[in-house]
Design a protein around this ligand. Structure first.
Ligand code: AMP
Ligand code: MG
Length: 405
């Protein structure tokens, strides 16, 4: 049995980022940029007003105050999107809106709040300096300037920047598609009537949601019963995807056939068991170069194993660099009596106390008790043989998605 860290290292050695592909910008949020992007044009493309107000020559406003206003003649209105051939001369102004190009002759903008009147003539109540309230062409980005480097994660600001640069189809690392196969003769669909001995297939849904959460494209296939032919057919179907994720059928039971079938299909099994609770029976293999994650069937084990092993692999395949779940330090709020010879990932709720986070286990930690994961904010890492832990012990907690939005 190998440690979580050893297992993760093996997995990450065997997955690589996909080749970049051009994609419509609308689909690029959360992708990693696959090319360096330089500005092909200035941003902003022309010198324009940063305020609603009056385009003027700064010298005409010298000494202006509410008691000694400077009166200027207003030549015309200039809304955003319009251009004018009219130049501003001495004693003149053009009423200008934010984003409209600064007219010739003007060197500054008096904001409307510092003026009075405005029809035909305007009274300027405060002087402006040359350049005041003006955005120069290229002040945000100069043409030719390198702006975004390959490897950058595209968040909303980067998407906005690419749009501003006119980059409608950037090269990005595409989302890997992940086939999802639940296994087990006992599984029925979530809309089916319950029958004796049967349970609803919840892993198909939780795994699809998890794949989607971390940027992959989930492709749930029909579940497979615990029969060799059916499992083989389903796995073959699944191998047309970039990643395969199965649940169930990998423990010590008579009908746990998945590893054997992977071997028969010519797969190379690289991991068979991990020193972790929940989720000891993890099988990781390569079948024709495709990474196959065979996760345990219990609804908690499957998700904890996903978070520990599939999530970082999916992220690496997308060119991401921060592969580990974020961690915080916390103090145990109550004694934790759990003892195991494996690394125990205990589901905990986190609260902010006076001196940082307090972690409280969310109840019975059975690997089928999904409720305790539903109530959890994180997974507390208890090293092998470390328990029981008294209240107050400093612990590390791997963060799950926040439960409250
Ligand atoms: P297995 O790993 O196949 O022995 O399954 C372990 C436990 O998880 C058994 O109690 C299964 O009934 C349950 N289980 C397996 N697959 C699923 C699934 N897709 N949804 C819900 N429970 C499952
Ligand atoms: Mg099973």
């Amino acid at each position: 049995m190998i440690s979580i860290e050893e297992a993760l290292a093996i997995i990450l050695e065997n997955v690589a980022p996909a080749a970049p592909r051009r994609m419509a910008l609308e689909q690029c949020r959360g992708r990693v940029l696959g090319e360096d992007v330089s500005a092909r044009e200035d941003v902003p493309p022309f010198t324009n007003s940063a305020m609603d107000g009056f385009a003027v020559r700064a010298e005409d406003t010298a000494g202006a105050s509410p008691r000694t206003p400077r009166r200027l003649e207003v030549l015309e209105d200039l809304p955003a999107g319009a251009v004018t051939a009219t130049a501003v001369g001495a004693g003149e102004a053009i009423r200008i809106m934010t984003g409209a190009p600064l007219p010739a002759g003007a060197d500054s903008v008096v904001m409307v709040e510092n003026t009075r009147g405005g029809e035909g003539g305007v009274e300027v109540l405060r002087p402006v300096r040359p350049g005041e309230n003006v955005r120069r062409a290229g002040e945000s980005v100069r043409r030719g300037e390198p702006v975004l480097a390959a490897g950058t994660l595209l968040r909303p600001p980067e998407i906005g920047m690419l749009a501003a640069l006119g980059c409608s189809r950037p090269a990005v690392i595409p989302a890997p598609s992940a086939a999802i196969v639940s296994t087990g003769d006992e599984l029925i669909g979530i809309d089916d009537a319950l029958r004796p001995g049967h349970i609803r297939d919840c892993n198909r849904y939780s795994l699809a949601a998890a794949v989607e959460r971390y940027g992959g494209l989930p492709v749930p296939l029909s579940p497979a019963g615990d029969r060799e032919g059916e499992l083989k057919t389903r796995l073959e179907e699944a191998l047309s995807r970039e990643v395969v994720i199965t649940s169930g059928g990998i423990s010590a039971g008579k009908y746990d056939l998945v590893p054997e079938i992977i071997r028969e299909m010519g797969g190379e099994i690289l991991i068979r068991k991990v020193k972790m609770k929940p989720g000891k029976p993890l099988t990781f293999s390569l079948v024709g170069g495709t990474p196959v994650f065979s996760l345990p069937g219990n609804p908690v084990s499957v998700l904890v194993s996903f978070l520990q092993f599939v999530r970082p692999a999916l992220l690496k395949m997308q060119g991401r660099k921060n592969l580990e779940l974020p961690e915080v330090e916390a103090a145990l709020a109550v004694e934790c009596r759990e003892v195991t010879d494996r690394t125990h990932l205990v589901r905990v709720r986190l609260e902010r106390g006076e001196e940082g986070y307090l972690a409280t286990p969310t109840g019975p930690q059975g690997s089928g008790i999904l409720k305790s994961l539903v109530r959890a904010d994180g997974l507390m890492v208890v090293p092998p043989e470390a328990g029981p832990l008294p209240a107050g012990t400093r612990v590390r907690v791997r963060l799950l998605d926040a439960r409250e939005g």
